[in-house]
Structures are given as structure tokens and as C-alpha cells.
Design a protein around this ligand. Structure first.
Ligand code: PLP
Ligand code: SF4
Length: 368
């Protein structure tokens, strides 16, 4: 923990574990990064020109290795000069969420699931954010009218049985507000489960106070989807937060975006997923990076993603392997990708290749 200007070391030591202090002291300009690392002139320029806001909690900034200009967390959160390229194939709303926004702040794209976006604010702004058109904007947190409209829609559409609360980061709202939103949703009889997508476990792990954890426990079945990038994020604070949640019986899953120069490497992902299952966090999705404006430099080819998936398969615990997905353009939804293990298939036999690429013949049946 570096000593920040205008703060005595002791007062900072006391406040560092306070999530509200971390949020209030988010770094939003290049000069405030100095206690953590020296930004390059290109980074300074990229920060002042950034069209998508820049912010990072002091906690997350302290995880960046000052001696490594290629530090993966630095690449993911600190604007780089590559951001000046919009990218001709980029789409501001790559998954067509806006077109599926049925009432303000509620996206209904699948038959049985809906996505609620109560806030546009995040603890850090990931440079590759798929919702950068809206996240980090001045849009205020959801108000009571919008929440009522959203819950009314959910009541009228009883086919929706699963609501994912995302954003922005819903856990930046106050405990009281979170509790209110969860209780409004849990009173709808057709809703079986609620999920919250959050970056706080990674970028603001002190958010999981005893009070918040007891709120989350009260609204079971409530699943958390935690956003991770790299094993370097798994600090003592993150380990403690996951333990607290798992001990409280909150089911934990992880979502990771495949990012060039950050985590597009089998051994990095394998280590991340192995560490996550030790923390009782089940890797859920590995997302192909969407073609978002100013973030095209993060994208990898789909072939290289498939290669990584093939290298993971058979070499680590089955449930330490997430599903690799593309969130399809034009609102097509998430499409799972896997390199084919089937060489040929007929009524009598299936020819398969295993993780070592060895062929196996399996008897098929032609009776159904
Ligand atoms: C991802 C997503 C969901 C949840 O999808 P799962 O595959 O069940 O995790 C729901 N609605 C929208 C709009 C989404 O993008
Ligand atoms: S935490 Fe999620 S919503 Fe927020 S900036 Fe990162 S990717 Fe976007």
C-alpha cells in the first residue's frame, strides 16, 4: 500500500479496507497514478483523451507491478494509445441489448431470463467493456419508478424465472438499495433465482462486509457471477471475500473475457481456473472479446480461443473449464464454442478424438 499525498500513513492504513474510502479515492487521472507506478507519456495522453471514462480503485492500482510495463492488469484497466483506433468492424452495442430493452434498465433477450441494469458505475473501467456505450456514463442509478416498471414487466412475463442484475456494478449501490432491489425481485412468484454480476470481488474485495454478505444470504437462491481476468488478482483480500461468501452459502461462479496480452495463454488461464475452484468459485464463461469501439486491440482470433480450450480439456478438473462463448451480434445471444471432438458419425459408429488427439471408435445405435 503506497502512501498517498495528503494522507498520513496511519490514517490511510485504517481507511484502506473501507470500500467507501476506496470508491471515493478512485484514481481518474494520470498524475494520481504516480504513487503506484509511473505512467508512460503514451498512457498519460491516452488517459486524457479517453472517450470511455478511466477509473481505478487504489486497491486495484496497488496490484499493478510498477516494474513491468506489460503488466496484465495495467493493460486491462489503464488506457493505452491503441484506444485511439475505433476499429471499422466495431459496434457500439455489439450484442444489440438496446433493441431488447423492454422497459428502461431491463433487457429481455432470452425466453426465460432477463437482465436488469440498476447502475452504470463500476469500481474500475475495463478498457474492453462490452457496454462501454453506457457504462461509466452520467446515467443515475435506477430510480423507484423504473424499478417498479421493471418489476411490473417481470410479473406480467411469468416465463421469466431468472433475473441477472448487472450494469455497471450493482454492488456499488448501498446495502439498503441492494436489499430493496433484491426484495422487490424476490416477491415475484415466477422468479426462481436471482444472479448478480460483479467486478467488486476483484477490484474492491472489501465491499463484502458482514452486512452485505448477510443481505446476500437472505435472498437465496442468489448466485454471484464474479468477473476475473488474471491469477495476479487473487490476493489475500480476494481469497477472504470468496471464503466469506462461500461460507455464507452463496454460490459463486466466474466470468473471464479472453484478452490479447492479458490472459490469452493456456497456462495463465489454467492457473486462474485452478485457483478459482480452490476458492469454491466455478468458472462459468470464457467470453470471446466483443468487437467494441476502441477495444479492438484486445481481441484474439476465435481459432486461438478454441486452441486454448482444447489445451485445457483433459488436463484440468472438468469443472475448472468454463464454456467458451461468443455473445452473438444482432441479439443472437451466447453461443458456446468447442473444437469438434467428432471425426465422423454414422448410424453404426462415431469416430472421436480425445484430448491427446488419439482416435477412438465408439459404437452408435441406430435405434431411438
Ligand atoms: C448473458 C445474458 C443472460 C444470462 O445468460 P446465461 O447464458 O443464462 O448466463 C441473460 N440476458 C442477457 C441479455 C444476457 O446477456
Ligand atoms: S466491470 Fe463489467 S461493466 Fe464494469 S467496466 Fe468492467 S466489463 Fe464493463
Amino acid at each position: 500500500m503506497p502512501t498517498l499525498p495528503n494522507e498520513s500513513h496511519t490514517s490511510q492504513q485504517n481507511r484502506w479496507p473501507d470500500w467507501k474510502w476506496q470508491l471515493r479515492h478512485r484514481i481518474k487521472d494520470a498524475s494520481s497514478l504516480q504513487p503506484y507506478f509511473q505512467p508512460t507519456p503514451e498512457e498519460e495522453q491516452a488517459i486524457s483523451n479517453a472517450s470511455f471514462p478511466f477509473a481505478i480503485t487504489p486497491y486495484y492500482a496497488s496490484l499493478i507491478d510498477a516494474s513491468d510495463p506489460r503488466d496484465p492488469l495495467r493493460r486491462a484497466i489503464i488506457p493505452s494509445i491503441a484506444e485511439q483506433y475505433l476499429g471499422s468492424m466495431a459496434q457500439a452495442d455489439p450484442c444489440e441489448e438496446d433493441a431488447h430493452e423492454v422497459v428502461p434498465r431491463l433487457v429481455h433477450r432470452y425466453p426465460d431470463r432477463a437482465l436488469l441494469l440498476p447502475t452504470s458505475e463500476c469500481p474500475v473501467y475495463c478498457r474492453y467493456c462490452t457496454r462501454s456505450r453506457w457504462v461509466g456514463s452520467t446515467a443515475p442509478p435506477i430510480n423507484e419508478d423504473s424499478l417498479l416498471n421493471a418489476t411490473q414487466y417481470l410479473r406480467e412475463h411469468s416465463e421469466i424465472r431468472d433475473v441477472l442484475i448487472s450494469g455497471g456494478d450493482p454492488l456499488l449501490l448501498s446495502d439498503q438499495r441492494i436489499s430493496h432491489i433484491l426484495s422487490s425481485l424476490s416477491r415475484i412468484p415466477s422468479i426462481d433465482i436471482i444472479r448478480i454480476g460483479t467486478k467488486t470481488a476483484t477490484a474492491l474485495p472489501m465491499r463484502f462486509t458482514d452486512n452485505l454478505v448477510s443481505i446476500l444470504r437472505n435472498f437465496q437462491p442468489l448466485w454471484l457471477q464474479l468477473h476475473f481476468c488474471h491469477p495476479q488478482e487473487l490476493t489475500a483480500e480476494v481469497i477472504a471475500a470468496c471464503k466469506k461468501l462461500a461460507d455464507a452459502g452463496v454460490p459463486l461462479t466466474a466470468q473471464v473475457v479472453l484478452l490479447r496480452g492479458v490472459n490469452n495463454d493456456t497456462s495463465i488461464l489454467q492457473l486462474l481456473f485452478r485457483r478459482l475452484i480452490q476458492l469454491r468459485v466455478r468458472p462459468y464463461y470464457l467470453y470471446q472479446c466483443d468487437p467494441v469501439p476502441n477495444a479492438m486491440h484486445f481481441r484474439t482470433s476465435v481459432q486461438s480461443g478454441l486452441t486454448i480450450m482444447k489445451q485445457l480439456q483433459g488436463r484440468t478438473t472438468g469443472f475448472a473449464i468454463p464454456t467458451y462463448v461468443i455473445d452473438a451480434p444482432n441479439g443472437g445471444g451466447k453461443i458456446p464454442l468447442q473444437s469438434s471432438y467428432i471425426t465422423s458419425i454414422s448410424d453404426s459408429e462415431v469416430v472421436l478424438r480425445n484430448y491427446e488427439d488419439l482416435p477412438y471408435i465408439y459404437p452408435n445405435t441406430n435405434i431411438d
